[in-house]
Design a protein around this ligand. Structure first.
Ligand code: NAP
Length: 247
């Protein structure tokens, strides 16, 4: 159990999946979780699931690729709560296909949400964190961003870009006491992976030394640690949550 009492945590793409688990886990540990996602109904439902349990959460509709809207929203959140302690850039999409046949529109869409969206949110939040002289930014990448993957050139490039974006931000922000790190999940059980055929899942299981698929909670638990005081001396790092799949 960590103590995030009084901390304001923004999580992008958190109406479902890994993002929701992160929002719920921070709220369970005392934080106020701010859920950002594309649709009002999904945002309201996610907030309700957390507040019904007696924890603190608020929701906002946001498309992180819209720089002006996102900037205004972060300003509104900062004015309402008086600070932003932690940003978790989690929103992400896939549009898989072999590179040879990949549509430019699928390349652009994935780079735009995963990489540019992370840049936009980081840029918008950093001015508030710099004023505060403290903050934590966690960027959700993927092991695919380290090793590449056939059929995912756009996704791999976006997730690899997040790793070097993070190192650059960590170097720029360190003097203001802002830490920036990457979490690289492996195979995690979510709606994103539920559609995969059984033979592909079995192939992954064979390759995972810990012999089971990860959960959103596994990712959320690492977020808690990296955002906590206990991780005060860690910045610019990429940490995998993958059951040993790549090492
Ligand atoms: P998910 O279930 O698809 O959730 C992603 C969330 O992001 C959805 O709620 C989605 O909204 C939202 N979103 C998409 N585009 C957005 C935008 N432009 N602005 C704001 N929100 C947006 O995905 P997940 O499996 O939880 O994955 C979460 C993160 O972990 C992603 O970055 C993913 O790449 C990464 N990851 C996942 C795995 C895995 O095994 N699942 C492994 C490695 C890394 P809609 O539902 O309305 O589209």
């Amino acid at each position: 159990m960590y103590n995030f009492e009084g901390k304001i945590v923004i999580i992008t793409g958190s109406a479902r999946g890994i993002g929701f688990a992160i929002a719920e886990t921070f709220a369970e540990n005392g934080a106020t979780s701010i859920i950002l996602d594309l649709f009002q109904d999904a945002v309201d439902e996610a907030v309700k699931k957390i507040t019904d349990k007696g924890f603190k959460a608020f929701g906002y509709v946001a498309d992180i690729t819209d720089s002006e809207l996102t900037g205004n929203l972060f300003k509104e959140i900062f004015q309402k709560f008086g600070k932003i302690d932690i940003l978790i850039n989690n929103a992400g999409i896939t549009k898989d296909g072999l590179l040879m046949k990949m549509k430019e529109s699928d390349w652009d869409a994935v780079i735009n949400v995963n990489l540019k969206g992370t840049f936009i949110c980081t840029q918008k939040v950093c001015r508030f964190m710099m004023k505060q002289r403290q903050g934590v930014i966690l960027n959700i990448s993927s092991i695919v961003g380290i090793m590449g993957n056939a059929g995912q050139a756009n996704y791999a490039a976006s997730k690899g870009g997040i790793i070097t974006l993070t190192k650059s931000a960590a170097k720029e922000f360190a003097s203001r006491n802002i830490r920036v790190n990457v979490i690289a999940p492996g195979f995690i059980e979510t709606e994103m992976t539920a559609q995969l055929p059984k033979e592909i899942v079995d192939k992954y299981l064979e390759a995972i030394p810990l012999r089971h698929i990860g959960t959103s909670k596994d990712v959320a638990n690492l977020c808690l640690f990296l955002a906590s005081k206990e991780a005060d001396y860690i910045t610019g790092q990429t940490i995998q949550v993958d059951g040993g799949l790549i090492m």
